[in-house]
Design a protein around this ligand. Structure first.
Ligand code: MN
Length: 479
């Protein structure tokens, strides 16, 4: 893949976008000229990196401007061209995208640490401006991680850690699972090579042992669906090495992971998802408490699917995932799928959807508004958004995403400022609990309000996790 050429890129783009080819060629020639003479640590000409980044974006069917920006992404930082010149030669949109992925110059800072923090903030908050910037950044990071072997050991550790802490969670938030999984597996190789190799080996062996049973199930399911005239495609997927690593660090054996394998059944519409589910259950008994309906209850990153773990062939348990083709695209590339679905309107649709429907966006906005200091901003983002999360249900069955350690106070304020300020009691899973109770995943939380409630006290600040709650409590106490 490293030896990728402009023709390979154009070939890839041609599949979904014929009009953009001229501009992309021009961006390539410009990047080629500007980076001429520069080499990467691998010894390859620099342009190979630009091409690879653009190619990763083309795999996600990115629009013409994004591909051009992918080719030019390092030119402002590493060559003599300016943002204004890019705007003139190409267009302002491409210039904004390239500028968005450009590091803030170190001349603006007295220490290296300050520069790093400011740039982390710039990357994360660029989602508010244009999520395509993050997608270019993810493609950039992915190619850098794929070629990390040429870097010094210290740099490898630093990049791998940053990838796990910042980039993989960002990819998750916008639903780019494909990139997230590859980034995590690549990082683990550098952070814990022993564990990586050990899991890879075990995983391969288990896969080999289970393939015949999975293949038999694929055939059986295909026959079942065919008889009912449901057109379907099936795929087998195995959990990523890093996902297995995470389960193992929580004390689970690889053989105990119920969704180590997933048999994916893709159909053309939602009705057929449920019909397929019934057919599969009629043949393979489900484990009742392992059934999940992410079609009616999508994940907060818009992932949709039915998950059911069944007693499959050979007395083994396997997860089946049933979803439509479009849901499968979203499960692979997340928001980037909008490029295919909405074509020219994709960029605006992405921003609108993020603002209105993605919970993390509001938290990000709140944190950005509350912390002027870059170090505090990054630390809060890491604790509140990028670290462990829990998902709780409201009384209406809505799912709320919260940082681990959250309490009913956080739930109340995420539902609204007045609900928080008037909270009197909290009920979790039908039991009255103190409002400082630490919530667990899947808790059902009811907030009881009272017009005569005494309102927040300073102790609430120590018993809440989210910036939304803390900010509103501080406002109330000040007033
Ligand atoms: Mn780069």
């Amino acid at each position: 893949m490293n030896g990728i050429s402009i023709d390979d890129l154009l070939e890839k783009v041609k599949i979904y976008n014929k009009e953009g080819l001229g501009d992309i060629k021009k961006a390539y020639e410009c990047a080629y000229y500007l980076h001429d003479g520069q080499v990467r640590q691998s010894g390859e000409p620099y342009i190979i990196h630009s091409l690879n980044v653009a190619y990763i974006l083309a795999e996600m069917h990115a629009d013409t401007n994004t591909i051009c920006a992918g080719l030019l992404h390092d030119t402002i930082e590493d060559t003599k061209i300016s943002k204004e010149e890019i705007a003139k030669i190409f267009n302002p949109d491409i210039a904004e995208l390239v500028d968005g992925v450009t590091k803030i110059s170190k001349m603006n800072f007295s220490t290296k640490q300050e520069q790093i923090l400011a740039n982390t903030r710039k990357i994360i908050t660029s989602i508010k401006k244009d999520v395509r910037i993050i997608m270019i950044k993810l493609a950039d990071r992915l190619h850098n991680m794929r070629t990390l072997q040429y870097k010094k050991k210290e740099k490898q550790q630093e990049n791998a850690l940053e990838t796990i802490e910042v980039f993989a969670p960002l990819a998750y938030y916008i639903g780019c699972y494909k990139i997230k999984n590859e980034l995590e597996d690549l990082s683990l190789r550098y952070l814990d090579l022993e564990a990586y190799k050990e899991i890879r080996e075990k995983r391969e062996k288990i896969a080999e042992a289970n393939t015949p049973f999975l293949e038999e199930m694929v055939l059986t399911i295909k026959n079942l669906l065919e008889k009912k005239d449901i057109p379907a495609e099936t795929k087998i997927r195995i959990k990523s090495i890093y996902e297995i690593y995470k389960k193992e660090s929580k004390g689970k054996e690889i053989s105990e992971i119920h969704d180590l394998f997933a048999l994916k059944v893709l159909v053309d519409n939602i009705g057929n998802c449920y019909q397929s589910l019934g057919l599969i259950h009629s043949k393979y008994h489900p484990i009742n408490d392992k059934f999940k309906d992410y079609i009616c209850n999508p994940k907060t990153n818009k992932y949709q699917s039915l998950h059911t773990t069944v007693f499959g062939e050979g007395g083994k348990i396997f997860q089946t995932q049933i979803r439509t083709f479009q849901m499968d695209d979203i499960a692979t590339n997340g928001l980037a799928t909008y490029w295919d679905i909405h074509k020219g309107a994709a960029r605006n649709k992405m921003q609108k959807e993020l603002k209105e429907k993605f919970q993390f966006y509001r938290s990000l906005q709140e944190i950005d508004d509350s912390f002027l200091n870059n170090q505090e901003f990054v630390s809060q983002i890491k604790h509140e958004l990028l670290a462990g999360k829990i998902y709780i249900y409201t009384t209406e069955g809505e799912i709320i995403e919260l940082p681990k350690g959250s309490t009913p106070i956080d739930v109340a304020y995420s539902l609204g400022e007045s609900i928080g300020n008037k909270m009197a009691q909290s009920i979790v899973n039908s039991h009255l609990v103190p409002i400082t109770y630490q919530l667990n995943n899947k808790d059902r939380v009811e907030i009881v309000t009272d017009e005569n409630a005494t309102g927040p006290s300073p102790s609430w600040l120590n018993n809440s996790k989210t910036t939304v709650a803390k900010t509103k409590i501080k406002n109330y106490l000040r007033a």
